[in-house]
Ligand binder design. Sequence first.
Ligand code: C2E
Ligand code: CA
Ligand code: CA
Ligand code: CA
Length: 278
Amino acid sequence: AKSLGGNCCQTFEPSFQEKMQLRMTIERHLRKAIELNELSLHYQPQIDTLNGRIVGFECLVRWDNSELGRVSPATFIPVAEETGLIYDIGEWALREGCLQNKRWQDEGIIHVPVAVNLSPSQFYDQKLKERIESVLAETGLDPAYLVLEITEGMTMHVQGSIAALKDLKALGVSIAIDDFGIGYSSLSYLKEFPIDKLKIDQSFVRGMKDHPINTAIVHAVQSMASCLGLDVIAEGVETEEQVEMLTELGCRTMQGYLFSFPIVAAQVPELSRNYANV
Ligand code: C2E
Ligand code: CA
Ligand code: CA
Ligand code: CA
């Protein structure tokens, strides 16, 4: 029975038990997601706004389950992390992204890198390098056309992460720092780490209009990156006004709904034609 006179908002929030139930339901279905073919990748283009060309795609996993419907990666990736399912799901996404990119290249559809997201457990996995190496060998994708997206937090506090990154880079792949700016990176971090790109988190892009501090942060990131020879990608670009502000700040590579939602592979040929990439 519900107790009266308690917290008025209690009834609107799922209880701890309900959250645990949902988490277990997700886990139960997620265990079978790969074999049941429920996972797919969507691809979101990254645009060089100076010449209007597509310069890359980010691979974003999608999960459609018969009982749960489409579940957001923001919901199931954390569950996959906690349960260890992320190793298989992450490797599936890596293989699928590499395979698809190789296909696009072979078919003359588009010749740009794809970026795959790595979770913390994947990054800490001793076998990561081997796994990537074998996926590259299996799919025949040139490593120069694979970007690994990791977050700041994953590398910050870990002894040996510089060595781990150098090890990965020795494969010939590139490293991008995802959601850059919301962690705790310092200039010295950027100088020490063997990385190639910074992805400016969408919260800064969104906040530029109303809070000048966001513009200042984007500006600072952009100038640091230029000094260090790093590429910058602004994420979550939704308006022309944001394009103008970012351009003013010297940022030319952008990703966001203004250009395209994440799309299925079958839509990529037409998108590439529209962006005059072929
Ligand atoms: P993320 O890596 O920061 O990915 C960007 C997210 O922003 C994606 O959400 C994308 O659909 C969304 N987005 C892109 N453009 C815009 C825009 O203009 N406006 C707004 N509001 N959003 C935009 P999505 O696909 O739901 O992915 C959420 C998160 O799930 C990703 O954040 C990433 O952390 C994780 N994720 C997705 N796929 C994978 C994967 O294969 N492996 C791992 N480990 N994580 C993944
Ligand atoms: Ca990402
Ligand atoms: Ca991001
Ligand atoms: Ca994010």
